[in-house]
Design a protein around this ligand. Structure first.
Ligand code: SF4
Length: 334
């Protein structure tokens, strides 16, 4: 199968890219006029987040929506890697629980399972591409039918043509090195739409480790996948303070750097915690806690009394709202 021009993937554009600005470690100079990263606070919180998540979970929660493979799929198998790789590529601007549930249903239905197998997609004549779209939308796996189908098919065809239908062949060829994987995806970005984006590729690499049990080198150099939840929890904990008004895309690098600097401090003191280790705890903290905060004071959060991080909870205006179809807006005044 070869995609028609109108079926070519959309350029992901700024939706998934970090801005090129950088923040130095321990930098207390103003960023975007008044933002500072408190890496010392971040280091203390990183250790605590990791410990509490590992021991009892955040508000008792540890599971992520992607943690359950479809029935009959063996963890770490080719099927599992294809399930994770293709699904994560369309994990943007949508509810993660619904996405992964749709993916499981699509895989478990014999009529729609074929979409997870590049070799089967490659056999489908172009005139029957609507069948792929129908299969991807049957359980609402593709929420944006044209765009998501294009992304899906482009990645599947790249896996078919370059890696013999198995993501593991790609990882092997990259010598299981996260930096080589990122370099390759960046260089071949049109063949791996979305998967090459900063947020999604970090998420994918974390899933390969956590869900498929694949050990990768240099994971400590991979930034945390910054989404709405990671941003909200990071701001509520006061690791980034000051004033900011702008899109999440513009703010993403600040959040990624905050955790990179914080965990670097920890590793210098001999504690091996990396940015990616904080994705799960921060996601749960926001989703089950910070998201419900109603006002500018920490006490306006209904989880305040039970929150194991309440002494770090920061006063001020922290709002992350959806703006239009493709964007989130960050308002910070702390
Ligand atoms: S008290 Fe609420 S808003 Fe503050 S850190 Fe805890 S969960 Fe988040």
């Amino acid at each position: 199968m070869h995609l028609l021009p109108e079926q070519k993937p959309h350029e992901t554009g700024s939706d998934f890219e970090l801005s090129p600005k950088l923040i130095r470690e321990n930098d207390t100079t103003p960023y975007q006029s008044s933002i500072v990263i408190d890496a010392e606070r971040g280091a203390a919180l990183a250790e605590r987040l990791f410990q509490i998540y590992s021991n009892e979970g955040i508000f008792g929660k540890r599971e992520m929506p992607e943690d359950y493979p479809p029935k009959g799929v063996k963890i770490g198998s080719r099927e599992h890697l294809l399930f994770l790789t293709l699904t994560v590529a369309i994990d943007y601007m949508r509810n993660a629980d619904a996405l992964w549930e749709s993916a499981r249903k699509t895989f478990e239905d014999p009529e729609t399972q074929f979409v997870f197998f590049p070799e089967r997609l490659a056999e489908i004549p172009l005139r029957e591409i609507e069948n792929v779209k129908s299969a991807l939308t049957k359980y609402k796996l593709a929420l944006r039918p044209n765009r998501d189908t294009n992304i899906w098919l482009t990645i599947a065809m790249s896996l078919h043509e370059e890696w013999n239908d198995d993501p593991k062949n790609f990882l092997e060829s990259m010598e299981f090195d996260a930096l080589k994987i990122i370099e390759y995806l960046t260089k071949h970005r049109t063949k791996y739409p979305n998967l090459n984006g900063e947020k999604i590729r970090s998420l994918w690499l974390r899933m390969l480790r956590d869900n498929a049990g694949i050990l990768l080198d240099n994971l400590e150099k991979v930034p945390i996948p910054v989404d709405v939840h990671i941003t909200r929890a990071t701001l509520s904990l006061g690791i980034i303070r000051g004033n900011f008004e702008g899109t999440l895309d513009e703010f993403r690098e600040v959040v990624a750097n905050a955790w990179m600097e914080s965990t670097e401090q920890l590793r210098k003191s001999g504690k091996h915690i990396i940015s990616l280790d904080l994705d799960r705890p921060l996601w749960h903290l926001s989703r089950n806690g910070c998201s419900y905060r109603g006002g500018t004071h920490p006490e306006s959060c209904p989880k305040f009394e039970k929150c194991p991080f309440r002494e770090y909870c920061t006063s001020g205006e922290i709002k992350i709202k959806r703006k239009g179809k493709h964007q989130y807006w960050v308002h910070l005044k702390t």
